[in-house]
Design a protein. Structure first.
Length: 79
């Protein structure tokens, strides 16, 4: 889809392990109880750090489209 904004892709996995995409949420819920921040929390990124990454990514992309990372984690120091 070549998108650089937050997204959430919902899918189903059947008994054989095959995945079927259900929907792409191009503007996922973003309260501290929504699934989008909870998915990041599952890999150790808390809500405040997620907001920091998103703002930092937006600022980098605004300065230069060429510098805009293709992945959210690519924009942060140490990543």
């Amino acid at each position: 889809m070549n998108k650089r904004a937050p997204q959430r892709v919902d899918f189903f996995v059947d008994d054989s392990g095959a995945a079927t995409v259900n929907e792409v949420n191009t503007f996922p819920g973003f309260t501290s109880n929504s699934q989008y921040p909870r998915m990041w929390q599952a890999i150790g990124l808390d809500y405040a750090d997620l907001l920091n990454k998103l703002v930092t990514t937006g600022l980098v992309c605004r300065r230069s489209a060429a510098s805009c990372p293709s992945r959210l984690l690519a924009c942060m120091p140490g990543e």
